[in-house]
Ligand binder design. Structure first.
Ligand SMILES: Nc1ncnc2c1ncn2[C@@H]1O[C@H](COP(=O)(O)OP(=O)(O)OP(=O)(O)O)[C@@H](O)[C@H]1O
Length: 321
């Protein structure tokens, strides 16, 4: 069996990452499981590390664990060069952990590791692992399409993600485990200050126009932003992206509807819409902030979301949450 490879972001989350990594090492040593660990040293380092790991294991499955949050997982997904051979395990240590939460990955390190090692044994015994879709987003002038595990999107949530990346408030509130409050505060502030936009959305060849759009989130999994179910019916391996959008709703009304969105009860509200497709193209009337798994991509007008069906093998037995 190839050794387990582990990419660790010790700076993820609210300070618990170091303790989780210590517990992970203890578990692996107790169970005599050999591994190579790589600690991320700077932003985007995990992209490079994932690529190097794929390159140095010439054959057989690559058992790759990520000890980190959604940003680190996104970087790893963008660095993997051989999805057919990689089997990904996640030990969540971030502040949002939407990837893990959506897939029902437990937030108990030892339980997570037991599941991961059981999946490796399962594969060694010839049993199939679970595979999920990934999303890919490209835009005008992008050097390389960006892969996402959870979601990518334009408008309100993307602007909030961009602001949160450099938010001093988030760093302070994170210390008190109140990071989510930053998102709430930024969402309300951004909702009232942002310009809405017009969008032509083509879903698998069928075009629809939306006036005064507030956000459009292309969901690979069900929820983003710390568990907000933007696409409550989304299925992780159906070969489809769900584009969840809000448009034509007065901002004051949207403000009062946000709690319903947080509860996944937006289904029957006029102005909220979910469209499923394997390829979704958006043409916007002005540059709008775009994110992929919470990472800022650019201010863009032409966006293409594509579903990479059944691309990622997981070292988890997923229960959709
Ligand atoms: N040594 C490092 N120094 C500075 N930044 C780093 C380092 N290692 C990783 N990073 C950056 O930290 C960012 C955040 O990490 P991560 O997403 O794992 O944690 P998080 O933001 O707390 O989690 P979540 O996204 O689930 O809320 C990543 O986008 C990555 O680029």
């Amino acid at each position: 069996m190839n050794k387990i490879q582990i990419i660790v972001n010790n700076g993820a989350g609210t300070g618990s990452a170091v303790a989780v990594w210590k517990e992970t090492k203890e578990y692996l040593q107790e169970n005599k499981i050999s591994y190579n660990a790589y600690l991320t040293r700077y932003e985007k380092h995990a992209v490079k590390l994932a690529g190097q790991i794929c390159g140095k294991i010439p054959e057989g499955p690559i058992y790759l664990l990520v000890v980190g949050g959604d940003g680190t997982i996104n970087e790893v997904l963008n660095g993997i060069t051989d999805f057919d051979r990689v089997r990904l395990g996640v030990i969540p240590t971030g502040s949002g952990n939407d990837f893990a939460r959506n897939l029902g990955i437990l937030r108990n390190t030892r339980e997570d590791l037991r599941e991961i090692t059981a999946c490796i044994d399962q594969e060694q015994n010839g049993e199939k692992l679970q595979r999920i879709d990934l999303g890919k987003v490209s835009w005008e002038g992008c050097e390389k399409p960006r892969i996402f595990g959870i979601s990518a999107g334009a408008g309100l949530d993307a602007i909030v993600c961009k602001k949160a990346l450099h938010s001093k408030l988030k760093k302070i509130l994170n210390r008190f485990h109140l990071g989510k409050l930053t998102y709430l505060m930024l969402t309300v502030q951004t909702l009232f200050s942002m310009r809405t936009f017009q969008a032509n959305v083509t879903t698998d060849g069928e075009t629809e126009s939306y006036e005064n759009m507030i956000f459009a989130a292309a969901m690979n999994l069900r929820a983003e932003g710390g568990g907000v179910p933007m696409a409550p019916e989304s299925v992780p391996d159906d070969g489809k992206i769900s584009l969840s959008s809000a448009s034509g709703i007065p901002k004051w009304k949207t403000f009062f509807l946000l709690p319903l969105l947080a509860m996944g009860k937006q289904g029957r509200i006029r102005g909220f819409d979910v469209k499923d497709g394997s390829e979704i193209v958006m043409e916007l009337d002005q540059p709008v902030v775009l994110h992929a798994d919470g990472e800022y991509c650019g201010d863009v007008q032409h966006i293409c979301f594509h579903c990479m069906k059944n691309t990622l093998w997981l070292l988890h037995t997923c229960t959709e949450k």
